[in-house]
Design a protein around this ligand. Structure first.
Ligand code: HEC
Length: 231
């Protein structure tokens, strides 16, 4: 989930997961070790699978493990077992980890008591949120410019782009690895590389997509998004 606030045109990028998606290891403690595993079953993890065999992409073609499709059942094999390597996304702000746990527990408490259909959200944990220093977003910002949950990932979408440690910053991966000022295109063949643009954060707005936003951004930092929104 993303949203912007004043002075944060880069958006704040947060993610939530169902409690039973996968095992979660405390920030900076994951090792792909053959002697580590979790005995419980999760939606995306078979109990007892060694951590040396998790988060391994199966791919079509000659890669190993090779991804196969059974045309009759429409099932893909092998299944990938997944683990969330950083339980709170490597949160690096004062009290950050405690704040995430407190928000999750308060929200789950309120939602669980609710009779509304939204009470189902009591089954979700906030993993974390990542953003940048106020007014610091520029045409060269990337994942290393981040603060907050600097190794944030969601097991279902970023299974294979998880960094084991939140330091050094040069090695972190988070949402800004892909959602950054680099322009993407879904056209084939792709057009010549477009200059970086601050709006490129959202891939929904990519050149060639139905929601394409013309690449007319000057590089000027949008400090007050609200002024633009109201027109
Ligand atoms: C490995 C690259 C990569 C990473 C890392 C990544 N995303 Fe994305 N994200 C994409 C791509 C590509 C799409 C567009 C998918 C499509 O529409 O086919 C996308 C789409 C989205 C969308 C839909 C709207 C939009 O702006 O495109 C949201 C919201 C989103 N991602 C949130 C996140 C969050 C939150 C994180 C960090 C926890 C994250 N993403 C990390 C590549 C990435």
């Amino acid at each position: 989930m993303v949203g912007y606030t004043e002075n944060h045109p880069e958006f704040l990028w947060g993610t939530f997961e169902l409690k039973k998606n996968s095992p979660q290891t405390a920030d900076n403690t994951f090792t792909p070790s053959a002697s580590r595993s979790d005995s419980n079953n999760y939606t995306l993890y078979k109990g007892g699978t060694p951590f040396s065999q998790v988060n391994v992409p199966a791919q079509p073609g000659a890669h190993r493990p090779q991804l196969r499709l059974d045309p009759a059942s429409q099932k893909l094999t092998p299944a990938t077992n997944a683990v969330l390597e950083n339980q709170t996304g490597g949160e690096n702000q004062p009290n950050g980890v405690g704040n995430i746990f407190a928000i999750t527990s308060q929200a789950q408490g309120i939602l669980a008591k609710s009779k509304a259909p939204q009470s189902t959200f009591a089954n979700y944990n906030l993993i974390g949120t990542v953003w940048m220093k106020a007014n610091s977003y520029n045409l060269n910002s990337d994942q290393t410019s981040a603060i907050g949950s600097v190794t944030l990932a969601n097991t279902t979408a970023e299974t294979f782009v998880q960094a084991p440690k939140n330091t050094p910053m040069a090695n972190v991966v988070n949402c800004f690895l892909c959602h950054n000022p680099t322009s993407y295109s879904f056209q084939t063949p792709p057009p010549a590389k477009l200059p970086n643009r601050l709006i490129a954060l959202s891939h929904v707005l990519a050149a060639g997509s139905p929601y394409e936003v013309p690449n007319s951004i000057s590089g000027q930092l949008l400090l007050r998004p609200d002024l633009f929104r109201r027109k």
